[in-house]
Design a protein around this ligand. Structure first.
Ligand code: GLC
Length: 540
């Protein structure tokens, strides 16, 4: 079996605005990332996914790209970017760029041209219609915006400043492939494909069945994963990826495990796919999808099964769009440090490439802001408004936001207990989580029992034990409501992983271990046959 470098590594996601500021403007930047490469190397990560750093008006923090060939001056220069790629390379770390190819910023030259008239050279680069339908954008409100200049509506899956590109047009596709090739030439090691399930629209643009009192239907229901989408992506693969040493991971909200074979593996288009089936929350926050431990296991076991012999699984519990995992998966009363270690155990021992999000390695947690005005990111605001419209009170609506706001993951990285947690000498663009004085990298560096120390142990163990990389995956205790358990096996060696995701003791039969001995635990003196709350044990 092929065992490419990206299957053996650990990926670390960086949200540049919040990672490390180097010039005191309160916004993290590329030189800031470069200055932290030794820390990242010390974690044992082999690749860094950097969310968009291209020129952008920053209405969606860089996911509204104005020019893919330029670096946003807030983050630095092209030279800084080249320097980051080179410095990372010296430490055997590859940089992964985020390709936002479903849409661009309204300020992009492409859209500026397209909106001028119905007969300009780029008139057909976006999706223009004379009449809107009843689709609701993912950030709320109609998915169509009127353009006075052109006297037509354009479609936007996300914010109204993010017009969707028309992938039907081969000129558009080729322009996008050129961008990817440009970054391959710069030496990047891979791509994360943003919102890629939305690139193909159904031909009829029909109204959908309303899902709320606004009479609209979430665009996701109408446009995600439509017939024909894979044709485009096969073309992308052929024109950009074939023969290159870069990997791809697609962001694929809504793809079911049984569909994975069309997306990854021998017949697929990407190397890995971030599907969301195991995530808490979902698209409508007042009606969240809440998974029990059993649901979580079921979702992950299905994806593991679907990629067991074909394709590869990216393991993740956090990213820049999701709440912190210690809050999302555990009750408020949980011992957060222990719970974070429990989840890390899964992150680094499940079969697949782990994607850790900045701060997850120290167990960073959600913020608790009581006023909607405190939130920066636009989805929080629109979800709050929608909840009020549906009749929820302020307390309820802000509760949904607290639980699911994307700002939870976007507060600045907590480096130390000094001024602004060592993130910036200026005023942080988004307030720090108040717990930074206790919860930070420097404090955890000094504590051999910290989440950070445990994270490093797990990464080392993974490197030293090929069974944790290449070994097969077999679920055990599949019906147990508390314990997440499985085995990894390779060449006669087996590792058994047992993680209690609940706040209560959990018992298991000793026969499960059949003579195996303890390899690692997040507790001091584990007792065989019982897992204390959030205890995670590995046996070999
Ligand atoms: C993806 C990104 C998210 C962004 C959206 C629009 O879901 O992860 O942050 O807002 O796409 O580009």
């Amino acid at each position: 079996m092929d065992f490419e470098w990206w299957k053996k590594t650990v990926c670390y996601e960086i949200y540049p605005s919040s990672f490390q500021d180097s010039n005191g403007d309160g916004i993290g930047d590329i030189p800031g990332i470069t200055s932290r490469l030794d820390y990242l190397a010390s974690l044992g990560v082999g690749c860094i996914w950097v969310t968009p750093v291209y020129a952008s008006p920053m209405k969606d923090n860089g996911y509204d790209v104005a020019d893919f060939y330029k670096i946003n001056p807030l983050y630095g220069t092209m030279e800084d970017m080249e320097n980051l790629i080179a410095e990372a390379d010296k430490r055997n770390i590859k940089i992964v760029m985020d390709l936002v190819f479903n849409h661009v910023s309204e300020e992009s030259a492409w859209f500026q041209e397209s909106k001028k008239s119905k007969d300009n050279p780029k008139s057909d680069w976006f999706i223009w219609r004379d009449k809107p339908n009843n689709w609701r954008g993912i950030f709320g409100g109609s998915a169509w915006k009127w353009c006075e200049e052109r006297k037509q509506y354009y479609l936007h899956t996300f914010g109204d400043f993010q017009p969707d590109l028309n992938w039907e047009n081969p000129e558009v596709r080729n322009a996008l492939y050129d961008i990817a090739n440009f970054w391959i030439q710069k030496g990047v090691g891979g791509f994360r494909m943003d919102a890629v399930v939305y690139i193909k629209k159904p031909a009829d643009f029909a109204d959908g069945k309303p899902d709320a009192s606004d009479g609209m239907v979430l665009i996701h229901e109408m446009t995600a994963n439509r017939d024909g989408i894979l044709d485009y992506l096969h073309e992308f693969k052929k024109k950009v990826l074939d023969g290159k040493n870069v990997f791809t991971v697609g962001e694929a909200n809504g793809i079911r495990p049984e569909e994975l074979k069309h997306w990854v593996g021998s017949e697929g288009v990407f190397d890995m796919l971030f599907e969301f089936n195991h995530l808490q929350g979902g698209d409508i926050w007042y009606n969240p999808n809440l998974l029990s431990t059993l649901d979580l296991k079921k979702a992950i076991f299905q994806s593991e099964k679907a990629t067991a012999t074909n394709g590869w699984y990216p393991v993740f519990f956090e990213n820049h769009d999701k709440p912190r995992s210690v809050n999302a998966y555990f009750p408020d009363s949980a011992d957060k440090a222990l719970a974070s270690k429990a989840l890390m155990t899964l992150l680094l021992t499940l079969r697949g490439t782990p994607f850790v999000y900045e701060g997850e390695e120290i167990g960073m947690s959600n913020v608790e802001w009581d006023s909607i005005d405190a939130y920066n990111e636009l989805n929080s605001r629109s979800q709050y408004e929608m909840a009020l419209q549906e009749g929820f009170s302020h307390e309820q609506a802000i509760g949904f936001v607290k639980a699911l706001s994307r700002d939870n993951a976007r507060t600045p990285m907590q480096w130390d207990s000094e001024f602004n947690a060592g993130f910036t000498t200026g005023k942080p663009w988004l307030p720090l989580n108040e717990n930074f004085a206790q919860l930070n990298v420097a404090t955890q560096e000094k504590d051999s029992n910290s989440p950070l120390a445990y994270f490093r142990k797990l990464v080392r163990l993974r490197k030293e034990n090929p069974v944790l990389l290449q070994g097969t995956f077999t679920p055990i205790l599949a019906e147990d409501p508390q314990i997440f358990a499985f085995r990894r096996s390779l060449d006669g060696k087996t590792v058994t992983v047992l993680v209690n995701l609940s706040e209560k003791d959990a018992r298991y039969a000793l026969s499960l271990l059949s003579g195996q001995k303890l390899l690692l635990s997040n507790e001091e003196a584990p007792t065989l046959g019982v897992l204390r709350p959030f205890e995670a044990n590995l046996f070999e």
